[in-house]
Design a protein around this ligand. Structure first.
Ligand code: CTP
Ligand code: MG
Length: 173
């Protein structure tokens, strides 16, 4: 079990890091250029910005490069089976940000406003798409996918509470 936890988390770090950054960026320029789809709703909405998208990819990739740097050391521990390379890192970071866009595209097609809570989709869009993309070049164990599908909504939810709490601390009172 410990090997599933360690290897699946090591695998997904670039995607997690990518997905984490946009919310801190406070981007201004919507990636859909405020364009509407044929259904009259926004293509993606104001919650998906160019700054957020690219900063996420860059940050996720940088964290992945740090992992690659650390791997020779981590590899000494038998439990580390999975090793990143430049391509896995870029695909995971980019896949995460693409999956996030796809999630918003789907939400807008259901007429949901930006920020409308959509359980499961909000937490898993980036995960499922980044795993799908990276699985094209490397084999991924089913047990890792199952573990990540379970743990990601929990981590997503708790990190949202954490960010919310930080914002509360920013208030003057
Ligand atoms: N964000 C961004 N650019 C992105 C993704 C996210 O700027 N490509 C920022 C936005 O400020 C967004 C916040 O991160 O409001 C939280 O992201 P998310 O919850 O995915 O967006 P929502 O605002 O909830 O919009 P949606 O309903 O489309 O998911
Ligand atoms: Mg949201």
């Amino acid at each position: 079990m410990l090997d599933i936890i360690i290897n699946s988390l090591w695998l997904i770090i670039p995607a997690y890091c990518a997905n984490m950054l946009p919310v801190l960026m406070k981007g201004k320029f919507p990636i859909d250029f405020k364009k509407k789809f044929i259904d009259g709703h926004r293509l993606l909405g104001d919650g998906k910005t160019i700054e957020g998208f690219f900063s996420g990819i860059i940050f996720g990739t940088l964290m992945g490069l740090l992992q690659i740097y650390l791997q020779p050391f981590m590899g000494q521990f038998y439990i580390f089976q999975f090793q990143h390379n430049l391509l896995t890192v870029i695909l995971l970071a980019t896949g995460a940000m693409m999956g996030d866009l796809i999630g918003s595209f789907v939400k807008r097609r259901f007429g949901l406003e930006r920020g409308a809570p959509t359980p499961i989709l909000d937490q898993l869009d980036f995960l499922v798409f980044s795993l799908a993309v990276v699985s094209v070049i490397i084999p991924i164990e089913l047990s890792w996918v199952i573990f990540l599908l379970i743990i990601t909504p929990i981590l997503h939810y708790s990190s949202n509470i954490f960010v919310f709490t930080l914002k509360l601390k920013d208030r003057p009172w």
